[in-house]
Design a protein around this ligand. Sequence first.
Ligand SMILES: [Zn+2]
Ligand SMILES: [Zn+2]
Length: 349
Amino acid sequence: MKSLDLTAHPHRRFNPLVQEWVLVSPHRMQRPWQGQVEKVPPETVLQFDPECYLCPGNERAGGIKNPQYSGTFVFDNDFAALRPETPEEEFDEAGLLKAKSESGCCRVVCFSPHHDMTMARMSMAELRAVVDTWVEEFVELGNQPRIASVQIFENRGALMGCSNPHPHGQIWANQSLPNELEKELGSFQEYYRAHASSLLNDYLKLELNQRDRVVYTNEHFVLLVPFWAVWPYELLLTSRRPVASLPDLSDSERGGLADTLKHATVRYDNLFLTSFPYTMGFHQRPTDGESHPEFHLHAHFYPPLLRSATVKKFMVGYEMLAMPQRDITPEAAAEQLRSLPGKHYLETP
Ligand SMILES: [Zn+2]
Ligand SMILES: [Zn+2]
């Protein structure tokens, strides 16, 4: 019998973080598409947009005026999905009709006062300020008595349903653990009990040894296409040191994170010469008062683009009904991202 070739034969790969499988069909596309790509101009060229509710000095919903901020700026979302004053109650009918109140809060984090800026084109100092803001918010929200998890994320680009190009992310803080964090926490705990080490730390050792899927590394962080990636150009960004949350990072590690964010977003933009859309976010330990030594800080980048600035991957059919599937192997995607220049395509030489 022939041996399994992961570059040619259909196979399943296991994601140990959420304990689910992904179907890989490399024979359907031996090589990633590399046709002509046109440089796509940025979504906006306005440094200040009088119509933008995130720009400094502009009015938001309810007549609140933004300050003339010059760095990052955080405020409570005017249309929050979670509210702090929700009454505590739950009901359960025969285990089939179950509901539970959920309190929490939603914040918006403006990364920059400049409407036309993106993470890929921000300076290291500006990116570092974003990292520091995330740290402050995690500490402040995580210390609130009814908050068990703090989800930091960014939804970037019109393709992701983000209507405003102003560089910003969100933070949703919950009373209970969201599904993804609960699945990952269970996997981390199970692995830690069996091996007395962090699941991601041991995974990183394998990846740094093999190098096939590593896109970029610095002293403190590793950027790679995970073995079990679902999205064509999915990235996993992990601290080398197994810390459980952003506040655990040292001063130089925070700088290392800013540098890695820059490399991830610049390579993305350079791939199809466009402002690359994605959802990215951090997974950190629950803020339930426990130290969670099993948990390992990381961020996921889930970008929808497949072959060009306009051709995206759809999660439909088999993927909605059965399991996710991909054609380009994670190794081929990593090689493509790794070989791109580290300088942004819009920067003049
Ligand atoms: Zn703006
Ligand atoms: Zn995760």
